[in-house]
Design a protein around this ligand. Structure first.
Ligand code: F6P
Length: 324
């Protein structure tokens, strides 16, 4: 291994820059060249590369987003697109890749590895925390802190006006953000795709808390929940059927993807970057680096893609008890 390419792909997440920095500096530490690939796989197809040295990643450990930009490339899903990408890599003398992203990013890397025998290593970067083989993905901790901070603010106004708030958070098909931030922010109810609470039980639960003396409530709803109504439809439903509730909706959206990474995410990014580069140098390929029981671990990419990242059932119980 003489020249490692690094890219970020899919939805960006806080900590991606810290991971790029770690990859670049670990390469420099071991005397290996490093090349930044812009706009994920799309930049690989177009040969959008830039040599990176340890000083080219100064002052980014604290920055959200990704200096290499990100994209979801449709062209890379075609054999023709991947062939172009491979040609560009060979021309630039790049002999291995570190890809930072989620499920889709790893699927691309795995196919590329199979087709060309090209050494690849994945670093999980997504706020959703929906990747098997790591307890934490890059950006998840920061997103949790962002969501909790915002819900704390919503609580102030909810309580002043005795209102019921439906707060929608991201997470794609997973409920990790909703469950953890919901507990952290003291939500009345948390709706996640992994546990279908159902409309009737939601109504019952809210009625119970009203009867017990609560004058305002915050319900955190994962975007992928299974209740079958959007947050706006839920508001309409409550206004029609339970006019005693003064309902407001807040969809947190992309603010959850931005911001300066937490210390946890910066440290995680630094650790995973080191492991990714050193694993390639040891001749390993087709793995994802992650965190297991607070130790840096390797999981075959195939397993990381196919495996399901389960939610912690104990947390569901804790959340139920907290809403008593
Ligand atoms: O995977 C990260 C994520 O932010 C999800 O939580 C969300 O469903 C999706 O990306 C949004 O994607 P986009 O930025 O393309 O709208």
């Amino acid at each position: 291994i003489k020249k490692i390419g690094v890219l970020t792909s899919g939805g960006d997440s806080p900590g991606m820059n810290a991971a790029i920095r770690s990859v670049v500096r670990t390469c420099a530490y071991h005397g290996v060249e490093c090349v930044g690939i812009y706009r994920g796989y799309q930049g690989m197809i177009e040969g959008d590369f830039k040599e990176m040295g340890p000083r080219s990643v100064n002052n980014i450990v604290n920055k959200g987003g990704t200096i290499l930009k990100s994209a979801r490339s449709k062209e890379f899903m075609t054999a023709e697109g991947r062939k172009k990408a491979h040609e560009h890599l060979l021309k630039a003398g790049i002999d291995s890749l570190v890809v930072i992203g989620g499920d889709g990013t790893f699927t691309g890397a795995e196919v590329f590895n199979k087709e060309f025998g090209f050494p690849v290593m994945g670093i999980p970067g997504t706020i959703d925390n929906d990747i098997y083989g790591t307890s934490h993905t890059l950006g998840y901790d920061t997103a949790l802190n962002t969501v909790v901070e915002v819900i704390d603010k919503i609580r102030d106004t909810a309580s002043s006006h005795n209102r019921l708030f439906f707060v929608e958070v991201m997470g794609r098909d997973a409920g990790h953000i909703a469950l953890n931030a919901g507990i952290g922010a003291g939500a009345e109810e948390i709706l996640i795709p992994e546990e279908d609470l159902g409309l009737d039980r939601l109504v019952e639960s809210l009625k119970r808390s009203k009867a017990s003396g609560k004058s305002s409530s915050i319900v955190v709803i994962a975007e992928g929940d299974k209740i079958g109504k959007s947050v706006f439809e839920l508001k309409d439903y409550f206004e029609e059927n339970y006019p005693e509730y003064d309902v407001r909706v807040s969809v947190l959206g992309h603010m959850q993807r931005g911001g300066s990474p937490s210390c946890f995410d910066r440290v995680l990014a630094s650790r995973l970057g080191v492991k990714a580069v050193e694993s390639l140098l040891e001749g390993k390929s087709n793995y994802m680096v992650g965190l297991t029981n607070d130790k840096v671990s390797l999981t075959p990419l195939e397993q990381a893609i196919k495996g399901k990242s389960e939610i912690d059932r104990e947390l569901v119980r804790v959340s139920d008890i907290m809403t008593t």
